[in-house]
Write a protein that binds this ligand. Structure first.
Ligand code: ZN
Length: 113
């Protein structure tokens, strides 16, 4: 049985979510589908992008790593299960360069999922 994500998933509670199926565990996850919902909050004038990624072949959702759970306007955060990235965004009315950038390569040869 294939699990469905998206609108149907939002009705599931964390306790109702099953572990990945054998098919999902065997999948090598080579094709992806990303969904971005941009929300505009009229009371604050702020914008928030909600991003999710699933494997097209097995529909397994991907978890965002290294992002704290929660919600805020100052930095990206994720949902409690890590499956939705909440990224504050704003229109580029003025060009701003970041104060610094950091690039880090993985410390392992290959991660097994
Ligand atoms: Zn897959």
């Amino acid at each position: 049985m294939k699990r469905k994500y998206g609108a149907a998933r939002s009705r599931e509670t964390l306790a109702e979510r099953a572990e990945a199926t054998a098919e999902q565990k065997a999948c090598v996850h080579q094709q992806f589908k990303a969904n971005v919902a941009v929300n505009r909050f009229e009371d604050t004038g702020r914008f928030l992008a909600e991003i999710t990624v699933v494997c097209v072949d097995c529909e397994l959702p991907f978890r965002f790593m290294g992002v704290p759970a929660g919600l805020g306007w100052e930095r990206p955060s994720c949902s409690i299960e890590g499956l939705t990235l909440n990224a504050p965004i704003e229109p580029e009315l003025v060009r701003v360069l970041q104060a610094g950038a950091r690039y880090e390569m993985p410390k392992v040869d290959r991660v097994q999922h």
